[in-house]
Design a protein around this ligand. Structure first.
Ligand code: 3HC
Length: 699
């Protein structure tokens, strides 16, 4: 019988001769919640007071060693012992302690290992300090102990990028002492026996000196000032790492104080909302349950979208049949896919062998008849209902029974498409975002008759493609494009009423968008919106204020943005500069419409733009197009470049509050009552004093 004592329900001690094995068992990822911290302190204290063990091996049960502090505890009152105190207890142990790492040893998990007297990683282990991705800095010695073992440049690299590092690199840099293979318990036992035999050296990390690398510190500070001035935690990481050359306890105090300061920032709240939101979108009944087997996928259309979708499916390991109507289109599609895969190789995302294997799984074909053997078809031809109906009618006769028939339409009625087949239960919308092999959002559009296993298969596909699948119901534009269609008008109204396109872009870039809406328009091509406006001219609401006057004038000049070298900006060699001709167009439209320009501050611009986004996002939740506010948030984070640290439009809305939003909308409505209307749901939330976070909890 093994000699095992349960310290608590998460920590146990097993005695095997002179060795004590401490096992952490707190599924799913052994996070250092209060039970783990208390149990570790108690185990180390107990073993030191007994004094009979000569070495202690800490390892973890399950799929990974400790993956970090328990994120669910953040924002709640702190519980003692803290993680830094726990790790000081481990480091101070008179009995040498080794840690055996496996899986993803991240954040507080790596910091736990750094406080031990030696570290062994199993093959395949990945280590990292991802706190920065949560708006934090390592808060339990990562910025102080890692530089002592692996130097400042490596610490700055992993703490600022949040990237995961393989065991080999970790060993080369000195973050671990050895790589081993086998079972964590067996390796821990053997290593502890080696410690006793003197063949595995141990030392306290605090007894080592960190070497100051002023060039690395200064270079990183300059980079952050340029690229991440708006974020709090990266700057504090550099400050903390710089302190690691001094007394460890002083450095730990600085690190802890900075950590606690970050815990209290809206950026931390936004980033943690994003972390849990990414997981919450598929934590719904519709995403669970039986799925259909998908091995071979047919993609119809070799344009940018179809080729991107095919690339994404190939990277995920599927066999893909690419369909085009003519040979030149097929050749172009094949060339685009090959180029996309080359890009993945050159960015280090896939090996040359994996690329060759992916290309071997790709079959080009002319005509739909070749789709008889595929498990899933994704149609990605241009947005015309007649064309889609024709294709789906044919697929109905060609595809095998049980095949899933998906449309990548970005706004058309999936029910109308489904109804032209004899099997509407097999039909679904899978709306990818361009470039489809890069962008992580996948809107999974549920038709009125979509079968449950088809819907669940959409989520399974998203997971395999490493995308964030979000459930959407049928409406014009689904979740994202419907909201975009509404708020993008605000940018145009701001320009008509007094701001310049650059004022609008600068204000929104200051808010955190990588590019303002006019730069995005130039990049996407101004002709796309122009064509849509012309197509919809006859059906436009006569009460709606027209937003396209200036953009129309630009397009009439043949200026479609980047691809023609001119749009809102001029794209010659070097950085884009504002297109001076635009001011003349704006003046002409204002004169024509009798508009007296007003002054808008950056704050005015952000408030109007964000309020418009929140208004339509609220309606999308209100009418059930999105299941919950968090679904809208994830659509914007993963498909529309919304600044992650703001958590998404409706998380951001909660930082303003429903009452304030209602007052704002009512004030704007004095100028344009048709555009600015308070959604009923928002009015109710203001009256009840509730938030979008409450709605997330209820759903
Ligand atoms: N705390 C609490 N719960 C966590 C967690 C954590 N640190 N990490 C993961 N979980 C939960 C997830 O929410 C999920 O819960 P669910 O099943 O209820 O949705 C479950 O564990 C499994 O997670 P994933 O679905 O993400 O599983 P994967 O296998 O895809 O990924 C992982 C595993 C790589 C560990 C990934 O979960 C991850 O990156 N976790 C976060 C790691 C991290 O950021 N650690 C640092 C925390 S901050 C810190 O340590 C501060 C310290 O310096 C003081």
């Amino acid at each position: 019988m093994a000699d095992i004592t349960q310290v608590n329900d998460q920590i146990s001690i097993e005695r095997e001769g002179d060795v004590a094995l401490v096992c952490i068992n707190f599924p799913p990822v052994n996070a250092t919640g209060i039970g783990v911290r208390q149990g570790l302190c108690d185990a180390i204290a107990q073993l030191n007071s007994e004094g009979s063990a000569k070495a202690i091996g800490i390892y973890a049960a399950g799929r990974t060693f400790v993956a970090g502090a328990d994120i669910t505890e953040f924002g709640k009152p702190p519980l003692s012992p803290s993680l830094p105190d726990t790790l000081n207890v481990i480091e101070a142990s008179d009995i040498p302690v080794i840690c055996v790492l496996h899986g993803t040893t991240l954040g507080g998990g790596l910091e736990l290992a750094l406080s031990a007297h030696a570290r062994i990683a199993l093959e395949g282990t990945r280590i990292g300090l991802p706190e920065v991705l949560l708006g934090l800095l390592p808060g339990a010695g990562g910025t102080q102990r890692l530089p002592r073992l692996a130097g400042m440049p490596f610490t700055l690299d992993i703490a600022l990028s949040g990237r995961q590092v393989g065991a080999k690199e970790a060993l080369e840099k000195g973050a671990i002492d050895r790589i081993a293979s086998g079972d964590p318990r067996e390796v821990a036992l053997a290593a502890a026996q080696e410690v006793i035999a003197g063949t595995l050296p141990t030392r306290r990390t605090r007894d080592l000196d960190a070497e100051l690398d002023q060039a690395a510190i200064d270079g990183t500070r300059a980079m952050l000032k340029k690229k991440q001035a708006h974020l709090v935690s990266p700057h504090l990481i550099v400050d903390a790492v710089e302190q690691s050359t001094g007394d460890l306890d002083a450095g730990l105090k600085f690190e802890r104080d900075s950590f606690m300061a970050c815990i209290n920032t809206p950026q931390r709240a936004g980033l943690i909302h994003a972390f849990f939101g990414e997981r919450a979108v598929s934590n719904i009944p519709e995403a669970k349950g039986p799925t259909r087997e998908i091995a071979k996928i047919g993609v119809i259309g070799g344009g940018t979208m179809g080729s991107g979708i095919a690339t994404s499916c190939l990277i995920a390991g599927y066999a893909v049949r690419l369909i085009e109507v003519a040979q030149d289109g097929l050749d172009r599609g094949m060339a685009t896919i090959t180029k996309n895969l080359e890009g993945a190789v050159s960015r280090g995302k896939m090996s040359a062998e994996a690329r060759d294997a992916a290309l071997a799984r790709l079959q080009p074909s002319l005509g739909l008849d070749e789709l008889a053997d595929v498990d899933l078809v994704i149609e990605a031809v241009f947005e015309k209902m007649e064309v889609k109906k024709d294709i789906f009618g044919k697929l109905d006769t060609i595809c095998k029974k049980g095949a899933i028939l998906a449309s990548n339409t970005s706004y058309l009625d999936v029910n109308e498409i489904a109804d032209c087949t004899s099997r509407p239960g097999d039909v679904i919308g899978l709306h990818f975002f361009s470039p489809a092999h890069v962008m992580r959002l996948l809107e999974i559009v549920q038709g009125a008759k979509t079968d449950a296993d088809v819907l669940a298969s959409g989520f399974a596909l998203a997971k395999k493609l490493k995308k964030v699948g979000v459930l959407a119901q049928v409406c014009d534009g689904f979740i994202g494009n419907r909201i975009l269609a509404h708020y993008s008008k605000t940018a145009s109204y701001l320009v008509l009423d007094g701001a310049s396109p650059q004022d609008v872009d600068n204000a929104l870039e200051g808010f955190g968008f990588a590019m303002g809406p006019h730069k995005v328009g130039d990049l996407a091509g101004l002709d796309i919106g122009w064509m849509t406006r012309k197509r919809k001219a006859d059906t436009r609401d006569p009460n709606e204020r027209y937003a396209g006057d200036v953009a129309d004038k630009i397009c009439e000049e043949g200026w479609f943005g980047r691809k023609t070298g001119r749009g809102y900006y001029v794209y010659d060699a070097g950085a884009p500069v504002p297109n001076e001709a635009i001011a003349g167009f704006i003046d002409a439209v204002r004169a024509e419409k009798g508009i007296t320009p007003k002054a808008f501050t950056n704050e005015d611009i952000v408030d109007r733009y964000m309020t418009a986004m929140i208004v339509e996002a609220t309606r999308v939740v209100e009418d059930g197009t999105a299941k919950r506010p968090v679904d809208v948030d994830m659509v914007f984070l993963f498909g529309y470049g919304f600044p992650r640290f703001r958590g998404g439009p409706l998380h951001y809305a909660d930082t303003i509050g429903a009452s304030e939003l209602v007052s704002r909308i009512e004030a704007y409505a004095k100028e344009d009552p048709n555009y600015w209307q308070v959604p009923d749901l928002l009015r109710k939330m203001a009256a009840d004093g509730t938030s979008f976070a409450d709605l997330n909890k209820e759903a």
